[in-house]
Design a protein around this ligand. Structure first.
Ligand SMILES: Cc1cc2nc3c(=O)[nH]c(=O)nc-3n(C[C@H](O)[C@H](O)[C@H](O)COP(=O)(O)OP(=O)(O)OC[C@H]3O[C@@H](n4cnc5c(N)ncnc54)[C@H](O)[C@@H]3O)c2cc1C
Length: 374
């Protein structure tokens, strides 16, 4: 039996745990310093922009496409295995285009997606108004509608992944930070191809054959303990929930709407998520950036941006506001899915920045492939 320890139980660690729990001959142990889905995952809106993103080739598109495909089976598979329901919206994403000069780029994307086997519709402003009467057509040049893209509740998903992995025999320990490793002493740091043989929390230790670090913003201290610092810094995001007396527009057609990078996410029952801000930290120490505070009225600006394209929101009541820190790699592209340099049995699956929910299933498959290859 191969023992694999996953550090971190946000959406990425939970997806990895579930995918590995399906592999014969593997015993998965997951350790998190908090409960599941408490880090960046707790703040996410769960919007999956794959087909509608401008990534059309290379690793970034392959990961998006693989996630899109895996999600089609993953959600029903988890719901049936665990009996839990995962709130999800399969009515697509509508992106509002406000600049005529952006249209050629959208048309080119539409052609590429058609060749790749995905539909992308470009609507006239009148069609936007017909299909989504709650949207203000003023200034809208076109609506780009992607029926294949989706949204889901990241906490529902993470908890279902945990329950699914547990049903398959994976073990979880919550409330204990990983603080050290066997095989990571400084003498060993100068050898290549070294192995970690155990993981230590403040309370207990596990012998292990392989380690996956899916710790988001906890990656730097863990990799420092392994003498291979990998810098993942925070980018703050704020969002809010708003309640209206009834759902906006056509109750039978409630896609996620995006205008000027502001999402309007329908949740049903007149509830919507609106967000998110993208706030970079001041240039201070890593510890100080983790304590960064939201900037003045940035969330109000985001709400005003949403009201500009959906005026009925102004009658809503804000029922919740929150913020989270997105884990963003420094000096390399997001996400980081690779072996930890110098070690033959440690893998990084971290730094998913703005797309961790979208990319979690593809990350899990990539980690499984890397482990199988090894
Ligand atoms: C406002 C906002 C909106 C977002 N919207 C979207 C969206 O619409 N779509 C999308 O795809 N993404 C979105 N994101 C991004 C998404 O939230 C992240 O990319 C994703 O949650 C990263 O998941 P993760 O599992 O890597 O990290 P996390 O959820 O942060 O999980 C990491 C876990 O590691 C644990 N950990 C750290 N160090 C240790 C240690 N030493 N020992 C044990 N455990 C440890 C932490 O406790 C934590 O639970 C959004 C983010 C924000 C803030």
């Amino acid at each position: 039996m191969k023992r694999i320890t996953v550090i971190g139980c946000g959406v990425v660690g939970a997806a990895i745990a579930y995918e590995l729990s399906l592999c014969p001959g593997v015993q998965v142990t997951v350790v998190d310093q908090t409960a599941p889905a408490q880090g960046s995952t707790a703040a996410a809106l769960g919007v999956g922009m794959a087909v509608i993103s401008h990534k059309v080739k290379g690793r970034n598109w392959r990961l998006r496409e693989r996630s899109l495909q895996r999600y089609q089976t993953l959600i029903p598979e988890l719901e049936s295995l665990t009996g839990r329901s995962i709130q999800h919206n399969t009515q697509g994403i509508l992106s509002l285009c406000f600049a005529a000069e952006d249209l050629p780029r959208w048309r080119s994307l539409q052609e590429i997606r058609q060749r790749q086997g995905y539909e992308l519709e470009i609507w006239e402003p009148e069609q936007v108004g017909d299909r989504c009467p709650h949207l203000n057509p003023a200034g809208v040049v076109a609506g780009i509608y992607s029926p294949h893209d989706f949204q889901l509740n990241p906490t529902d998903l993470t908890l279902a992944l945990v329950a699914g992995a547990q049903a398959n025999g994976a073990e979880f320990t919550f409330g204990e930070p990983v603080v050290g490793f066997d095989g990571a002493d400084i003498e060993a740091a100068f050898q290549d191809d070294r192995r970690c043989t155990a993981v230590h929390t403040t309370k207990q230790s596990w012998a292990t054959d392989a380690i996956v670090i899916a710790a988001g913003l906890g990656t730097l201290p863990l990799t420092q303990a392994l003498h291979q610092p990998t810098s993942i810094g925070p980018v703050l995001g704020q969002a809010l929930r708003i309640h209206l007396d009834e759902s906006l527009g056509n109750p039978d057609f409630q896609p996620v709407v995006n205008g000027n990078d502001i999402h309007l996410v329908p949740l049903g029952g007149g509830d919507y998520w609106v967000g998110a801000t993208v706030e970079f930290p001041p240039e201070t120490s890593f510890e100080d950036t983790l304590a960064m505070q939201p900037e003045g009225n940035r969330l109000e600006e985001v709400l005003a941006g949403a009201v500009a394209y959906c005026p009925a929101l102004s009658a809503g009541k804000i029922t919740q506001r929150w913020l989270g820190l997105r884990p963003r790699p420094q000096g390399q592209a997001a996400p980081v899915i690779q072996p930890l340099a110098g070690y033959s049995n440690i893998w990084l699956a971290t730094g998913h920045y703005r797309n961790g929910v979208l990319l979690a299933p593809a990350t899990a498959l990539a980690v499984r492939d890397l482990l199988e290859h090894r």
